[in-house]
Ligand binder design. Structure first.
Ligand SMILES: [Zn+2]
Ligand SMILES: [Zn+2]
Length: 295
């Protein structure tokens, strides 16, 4: 069934030209922001060291936990609830922390880095990077992995006491694995177009999903998942009106985009509108637009 679906989907894909495969167009507003942002990156910043340390630390943590398992059998089922919960945490963090200013030290910094920087640097008409220096604007800083490591240790310890040590280690591995998938998928959203990101199931879905999220009109309301758009589908925040399997395997298809959102998306792609109606805190929306985005 799935194979037939994927085949039909890829036949269909070749016949429909997606907005997101058109050449990138950068507005003046975006150009100005990019220039000033890149100029502020420290000369000591190294994009390869940034992601190298993150992946090596994450993989060592997973390897260590795997080496501690002893005959886990049913404990592997831990992955399912933890991965689903992680999908909702990812959605909620993005919607309620990265896009809502909570004026408390660390949370304000997350909002700053995402809404006021990441979303000005990338829009749905130009969402790609050219250099490794730009990893600075794509990947989270190391402290996020450290916070996740501490949270995983606490939750893993509690689970090991309630169930057994295998469950604790698998919980930890799932949390770190989810984080690495998050960073990898997000990176695949912002690299230049290539065969892999265009054709790989799930990766092509999240690339279109996230590129659409970068539209300056809908960014505060739609497409909050960065791995699999499960929570977006359940919570009604996907820009698509489509069933769950179709949403997860949508790829670059734009046929199912909610018709109510289309005029907003189109409007905020315009450079003049961006100059007039977009602030660092997001778009200035009229009542009708707000209603369309909340439904
Ligand atoms: Zn992004
Ligand atoms: Zn966002």
């Amino acid at each position: 069934m799935l194979v037939i679906y994927i085949k039909c989907y890829s036949l269909h894909k070749e016949t429909s030209m997606s907005t997101f495969s058109k050449p990138m167009v950068m507005t003046e507003r975006q150009k100005r922001f990019r220039e000033s942002y890149v100029n502020q990156i420290s000369p000591f910043y190294n994009g390869l060291v940034h992601i190298g340390v993150m992946y090596v630390a994450g993989l060592i943590a997973i390897y260590y936990c795997a080496s501690q398992l002893s005959n886990p059998t049913w404990a592997w089922l831990t992955i399912i609830p933890v991965a689903i919960a992680g999908n909702f945490v990812e959605w909620a963090m993005h919607k309620y922390v990265m896009h809502r200013l909570i004026d408390v030290f660390a949370l304000r910094a997350i909002y700053d880095r995402h809404t006021r920087q990441h979303h000005q640097y990338f829009t749905d008409t130009d969402y790609t990077i050219d250099t490794v220096k730009e990893h600075r604007i794509v990947f989270f800083p190391w402290r996020v992995l450290i916070v996740l490591g501490v949270a995983g240790t606490v939750l893993g310890y509690i689970a090991s006491k309630i169930f057994n040590p295998n469950v604790g280690y698998i919980l930890y591995m799932t949390m770190v694995g989810h984080y690495l998938i998050y960073e990898t998928f997000h990176y695949c959203c912002h690299v230049k177009e290539n065969w892999f990101v265009r054709n790989m199931p799930f990766i092509n879905t999240i690339r279109r999903h996230h590129a659409a999220h970068h539209n300056l009109g809908i960014m505060m309301h739609k497409n909050m998942n960065l791995t699999f758009p499960l929570a977006d589908w359940i919570m009604g925040t996907s820009d698509l009106k489509r069933g769950l399997v179709g949403t997860l395997l949508n790829g670059f298809n734009e046929e199912h985009v909610d018709p109510k959102l289309r005029p907003i998306v189109e409007k905020f792609r315009n450079g003049g509108v961006q100059e007039e109606k977009v602030t660092l805190e997001g778009p200035i929306l009229d009542q009708q637009e707000q209603k369309a985005l909340q439904s």
